[in-house]
Ligand binder design. Structure first.
Ligand code: ATP
Ligand code: MN
Ligand code: MN
Length: 301
C-alpha cells in the first residue's frame, strides 16, 4: 500500500454552486450549530468524503427542522434534490425498480445539505455495478454496560482475525457508540456470497468467545457483549459514510482512524464538525493515506 491509487487521493476542492438557504437555522441546539455551519463543514471535508461516498447508492438522514425534531431516513427520490443529486434505478426484491440517490461531487453533497440532510449512509457497492459489493463492514455495537475500551479491543481482535485469513482492514469511529471494521474487497462475488461470508465470520467469533461477542440481533442476548452486526453486508443495507456528521448531540463525525492511534482514542464520538481543520490535517498522516483502499479478493473468490 505504499502507492496510493489515484482514486484514493483527495478529490480537488472547489467552490460549490449550490445555494444554502436559512444558514442561521439552528440544527444542533445543544451546541448552537447552524445549517450554515454544517454546510461549511461538508464543503471543507468534501475532498476527503467524495472519494469514499461518491457513486454509491446513498440514504440520507434528513432533519429539516433540526436534529431532535422529526428526522427521516430517505432512500428514494426522483428529482426533488435538483440537478446535482442523481438517480439510479435498482431492482427491488419484488422485481420492480426504485430510484435510489447518488452523488459524484461536492455540489451533490451540498445539495443534500440544502435539503436538510445531516447524515450520509451508503451501500457497499458502486453504481456502475450495484450487484458486486466492494467493502465488507463489521459494525461493532456494544451493549450499554460496556466501555469504549471493550469496543477498541474487539476491533483490534477482529483486525487480527481478518489478517489471519489474509484480509487488510481499516477502522472508523462511527460518531456514535461503536467502531466499523471495514475490509475493502475487489469485486467478483455477489451479495449472497458477501453476506454469507460476513455472517459466518461473525458467528465463528461468537462461538469462539461467547462471553464477548454475539452475532444475532436480539437485544436480550447482547447483555454485556458486543453485537458484531454483519447485516450491514446485505444487498440494500447501508453504513454511515466516512466523514458524515451524525444527527446526535454536538454534531459528532464518523472518522477514519489508523490502527496505531486507536488505543489512544477515548470515544467513538471524539471528533465533531468543529474539528474540521484537524480532520483535514490528519488525512495527510502516513497512517491514514490510502485509508480503506487495498487490492484483495474475498477469500475463495
Ligand atoms: P453506532 O456506533 O452508534 O452503532 P452506527 O452508525 O453503526 O453507529 P447502527 O445503529 O449500528 O449505527 O447502524 C445502523 C445502520 O443502519 C446505519 O449506519 C444506517 O446506515 C442503517 N440504517 C438502516 N435503516 C436505518 C434507519 N431507518 N435509520 C437510521 N439508520 C438506518
Ligand atoms: Mn453500529
Ligand atoms: Mn448496527
Amino acid at each position: 500500500r505504499d502507492v496510493v491509487p489515484e482514486h484514493a487521493k483527495p478529490a480537488p476542492s472547489s467552490a460549490s454552486s449550490v445555494k444554502i438557504t436559512s444558514r442561521e437555522r439552528v440544527v444542533f441546539p445543544e451546541a448552537k450549530i447552524t445549517k450554515g455551519d454544517l454546510a461549511d463543514y461538508y464543503a471543507a471535508i468534501a475532498p476527503l468524503m467524495i472519494p469514499q461516498a461518491a457513486r454509491r447508492p446513498i440514504s440520507l438522514v434528513r432533519c429539516p427542522q433540526g436534529r431532535g425534531k422529526a428526522c427521516f431516513f430517505q432512500k428514494h427520490d426522483s428529482g426533488s434534490f435538483g440537478e446535482h443529486v442523481h438517480q439510479i434505478a435498482i431492482r427491488e426484491k419484488d422485481g420492480g425498480h426504485e430510484d435510489y440517490l447518488y452523488i459524484d461531487d461536492n455540489d451533490g453533497l451540498l445539495a443534500c445539505v440544502q435539503m436538510g440532510t445531516i447524515e450520509f449512509h451508503g451501500w457497499a457497492s458502486q453504481i456502475d455495478d450495484v450487484e458486486q459489493p466492494d467493502r465488507m463492514v463489521f459494525d461493532l455495537d456494544p451493549d450499554e454496560q460496556l466501555t469504549f475500551a471493550d469496543v477498541k479491543k474487539a476491533a483490534l481482535d477482529i483486525r487480527g482475525h481478518l489478517a489471519d485469513i489474509g484480509l487488510v482492514s481499516f477502522a472508523m469511529l462511527t460518531g456514535g457508540k461503536g467502531i466499523h471494521v471495514i475490509a475493502p474487497l475487489d469485486r467478483g462475488h455477489d451479495w449472497d456470497e458477501h453476506k454469507g461470508f460476513a455472517r459466518h465470520f461473525a458467528e465463528a467469533l461468537a462461538i469462539a468467545e461467547p462471553g464477548r461477542f454475539v452475532a444475532t440481533m436480539s437485544k436480550a442476548k447482547r447483555k454485556g457483549r458486543i453485537f458484531i452486526d454483519w447485516l450491514r453486508n446485505q444487498r440494500g443495507s447501508t453504513a454511515v459514510m466516512p466523514y458524515s456528521a451524525r444527527a446526535r448531540a454536538h454534531a459528532p463525525v464518523a472518522v477514519p482512524i489508523s490502527w496505531e492511534e486507536l488505543p489512544s482514542i477515548d470515544s467513538a464520538s471524539h471528533w465533531t464538525i468543529d474539528d474540521c481543520k484537524d480532520l483535514l490535517e490528519r488525512a495527510a498522516d502516513p497512517g491514514l493515506r490510502g485509508w480503506c483502499f487495498a487490492r484483495q479478493a474475498l477469500p475463495g473468490y
